[in-house]
Design a binder for this molecule. Structure first.
Ligand code: ADP
Ligand code: C5P
Ligand code: MG
Length: 204
């Protein structure tokens, strides 16, 4: 019994720690992850950034497929996304990760459960809760300020919001049932949100 608990504790210690960061498009996931990286030494892995990077590579076989999903606000098959995340995790050589914008739908969740869940320790899910209106306004502003993103336009945003409501919210609910979700009101200023985030990450 004691040996079993010890083995369990040791295997938990050895595993990389993961916090999933979820929220609507423009909720401030990337912004707050950058703050967390500075203050708490996590590695920030944005699934969207990893997909855009893969899309931009010369000769990648997935470029067109990824771009089509991004423009349509739909979700790229998990085999691609999860492989990018796993590779980035191992290449970093680090052990504390913010995985931003993942898992985004049932397919993402199932792929993660199959390939990664047992290899990491999921600390919690940070849910940046933000109204649809605020999300859309922030993304449009980001686009107008020159984000260069092919999905920071009203047409793509409507689709992204739909995907978020129909496909991502149920995943957040699923983690809520496991008491793993820490929800913050992300409609406030960047500093106000980060002040609450600091309380959540103290002692992690
Ligand atoms: P996400 O990664 O969730 O899509 P970002 O962090 O990229 O969101 O933020 C979207 C846009 O909104 C960016 O231009 C960012 O500067 C801005 N932003 C982020 N958080 C806030 C906030 N709390 N208040 C106002 N603007 C914000
Ligand atoms: O999180 P971000 O806004 O950068 O995501 C942009 C797009 O990348 C999403 O709308 C989606 O098309 C794609 N994406 C995905 N699977 C993820 C995360 C992002 O297909 N897990
Ligand atoms: Mg982002």
């Amino acid at each position: 019994m004691v040996v079993q608990s010890l083995v369990k504790a040791l295997s938990r210690m050895a595993k990389p720690k993961v916090v999933f960061v979820l929220g609507g498009p423009g909720a401030g996931k990337g912004t707050q992850c950058a703050n967390i990286v500075k203050e708490f030494g996590f590695v920030h892995l944005s699934a969207g950034d990893l997909l855009r990077e893969e899309r931009n590579k010369q000769g990648t076989e997935y470029g067109e497929l990824i771009e089509t999903h991004i423009r349509n606000g739909t979700i790229v098959p998990v085999e691609i996304t999860c492989a990018l995340i796993e590779r980035a995790m191992s290449q970093s050589g680090k052990e504390k990760f913010l995985i931003d914008g993942f898992p985004r739908n049932k397919n993402n969740l199932e792929g993660w459960q199959k390939n990664m869940e047992s290899k990491v320790e999921l600390l919690f899910v940070l849910f940046l809760s933000c109204s649809e209106d605020v999300c859309v306004q922030r993304c449009l502003k980001r686009g107008a300020e020159g984000s260069g993103r092919s999905d920071d336009n009203l047409e793509s945003l409507q689709k992204r919001i739909q995907t978020y409501t129909n496909d991502t919210m149920p995943i957040i609910e699923c983690y809520k049932e496991q008491n793993l979700v820490k929800t913050l009101d992300a409609g406030r200023s960047i500093d106000e949100v980060f002040s609450d985030i600091k309380d959540l990450f103290k002692g992690v």
